[in-house]
Every structure is written in C-alpha cells, then in structure tokens.
Design a protein around this ligand. Structure first.
Ligand SMILES: [Zn+2]
Length: 352
C-alpha cells in the first residue's frame, strides 16, 4: 500500500470513529459510577512503528478496570469496568485495521464490558493499557487508553542468518474435516499446528526463505474426508513437485488415552542421515525453548517422512491430551517460543 493510500484509509478510520463523543456531563452524584462519553481511535507511533490507540472516556474519576485475554479461538481482549454505563457511545464499532476488527460494548449488570477483537491473539507483546485522569485543558475526560502494536513475531526480530534463499515446506498437520487430536478443553490439533506453522512461515520469510505451506487455512489438502493416504500424499506432492525444496517440516501435537502422557519429540525417516540431523537440531531447540520433558529423537514410518524426496522431520510439539500441555499449546506466547525454536533449528541445519 502506498503512503497516500495508507494515510487516506486511516483518515477514513478516523472519520468513521471520531464521533465527537466528548459529551460533557455531570459526574454521577455517587462519584463511584461512570458513564462513557468519549470514544476515539487514532494512529500513533510506538518505537517508530505503526500502532493503534483506542481511548475510552467516561464521567468521574480515573476508571478501575480488569482485563481478560482470550488468546486462542476468539482473539479478544475484554475490559470490564465496574459500575459503568454505556451512555451514548455505540455498542458496536467496526475498526477493520491491521490491529483490531471491532469493538463491542455491553452492559452486564452493573458492569460494562468492552470486547476488542484483535487481529492477532492479545498478549503482553502486542498491547498495553493504562488510564489517565481527566484533562481539563484538552477537554478530555478520564480515559482508558489501549494501544495495540505489532508483536515480536510480526516485527520479525532480527532476521535469522543462514536461511536466505532456501525453499522450505511447512506442513501444518491435519486441517479441514480432520481436526487431529482434541484436548480436554477442546483445543484442536489442527488449529495449533496451523498457528505454529504460520509463525514459522513469518519468521522464515522475514529471514529471506521461500516458504511453501501445505495449507494456508483450515482445509483438507486433498479433499474433505479423504483417506489418510490420499491426504498425506497430497502433502508430499506439494514438496516433491518443486525441485527447489530443500527441507520438509511437518508439525503435529501428540495424543494419548492417558492424560498423564506428556512431552515433546521429533521424528525422522530411518536411514536418512540428513533427516536425522534435522530432527536432532529441532529437538535440541524445542527442548531448550519449550522446557517440556524431552521424549527424544526417534525414527518412524510416518507417511510424510517416507514419501518426501528431501530431508524431512515430523515434530510432536507436546501432548494436546495433557491438561497442562494443552494450555501451553493454546498460548500465543508459547507458540511464539516454539516457532522461534523451530526456525533456529532450521538455521542450524543449513549452516551444517
Ligand atoms: Zn497429528
């Protein structure tokens, strides 16, 4: 997007959401309750990078609030304000920018709930929240200020050396009609593998690699309800039909009938020295970053290891059937850690 267009689109955002919502009102007699009277979004810079500021103002003193992050399925930040009414601020505000898609404000009993739908799962790395007292000179009421910015993964951190120019296939296990294993609270393997695969893709791309994903959304690669063989062959075909591919990585989560089973492990195809090296480096990095019990580097007859023409590894990040590990697997911060570890392993592999 060129700058003029970007600027124009932000003006659009501002035009749409600066409601002139500074509606001066007397604070409630009790002094304890609040009523919203101000809502504004603006484009700001944080550490030189684009950020979004959302200001929610209200009558009375500096507000008290609690925050809850929904990181996995909803990607939502929920701010709860006790003893607060919505006032004249709209209950639904569409944002549609690179940080957030919408804000929904609802009165729940005595409390007000402000739910912001993030584009990425909210984490301490991509937002901050604070309050400011009323500023008479600026004619602004007491406000909550929420700032959203790009998280570490999106920033790419430093580009990882040794990866530039390489072509790597990243296979997010399962997808579409096949959810893979499902954890005790309903976390689906296909969603975790995809989230981590996307993060790996981002990091690799920022480091100059060419990344081919076997799937780019929640779909079957072959077709819904296909046989395992058809589905897995389709994933191998993605890698085998491009002669530039020098590495194949398949991401999975483990499952077992007993919820006590736990830990991480990596696999390669018996007889492949390069596959073994790759699986070993991934294992080392995942163990270091993820901190789980290390079940080791193993061989297995997995279809995608046997039928890909390049060095390949299949990794089991953790047991989605284990309560604690399921919780980690659904955490954005933990997924970032694992993705970083995987990319380190890949970089070490190419350095030889
Ligand atoms: Zn799996």
């Amino acid at each position: 997007m060129n700058n003029v267009f970007r600027w124009a689109s932000w003006v659009g955002v501002l035009m749409a959401f600066v409601f002139g919502l500074w509606l001066p009102q007397m604070a409630e007699a009790s002094g304890q309750s609040h009523e919203l009277n101000y809502f504004q979004t603006s484009k700001v810079k944080i550490a030189g990078a684009n950020a979004l500021r959302i200001e929610i103002g209200m009558t009375g003193d500096e507000p008290k609030y609690t925050v809850k992050e929904l990181s996995y399925l909803r990607k939502q930040l929920i701010i709860t304000l006790p003893n607060t009414e919505r006032g004249k601020v709209k209950s639904f505000i569409s944002l549609k920018n690179e940080f957030a898609t919408q804000v929904r404000i609802s009165e729940i009993g005595e409390n007000l709930q402000v739910a912001i739908d993030f584009v990425n799962p909210p984490s301490k790395d991509n937002y901050r929240i604070s309050t400011v007292p009323a500023e008479r000179r600026k004619k602004k009421p007491a406000r909550i200020i929420l700032e959203l910015f790009k998280d570490n993964v999106d920033n790419g951190g430093a580009s990882v050396p040794g990866i530039k120019g390489k072509t790597i296939v990243v296979d997010a296990g399962h997808g579409g009609s096949d959810s893979g294993a499902v954890g005790p609270t309903g976390v689906k393997e296909k969603d975790v593998t995809f989230a981590v695969a996307k993060k790996v893709q981002n990091l690799l791309t920022k480091s100059g690699a060419r990344v081919i994903m076997t799937r780019t959304r929640d779909v079957d690669v072959y077709a819904p309800n296909a046989t395992d063989r058809q589905e897995l062959q389709a994933r191998c075909d993605v890698a085998n039909r491009d002669s530039r591919v020098s590495l194949f990585l398949s991401i999975h989560c483990n499952a077992f009938s007993s919820p006590a089973a736990h830990g991480m492990e990596t696999y390669y195809c018996a007889g492949s020295a390069k596959g073994q090296e790759f699986a070993s480096l991934l294992n080392e990095e995942l163990a270091k970053a993820g901190g789980l019990f290390n079940r080791g580097v193993k061989t297995a007859n997995y279809y995608v290891l046997r039928h890909t023409n390049m060095p390949a590894s299949l990794i089991e990040l953790a047991f989605v059937t284990n309560y604690n590990e399921e919780k980690l697997l659904r955490s954005d911060a933990y997924q970032n850690k694992l993705a970083g570890a995987i990319v380190k392993g890949i970089a070490r592999y190419f350095k030889g």
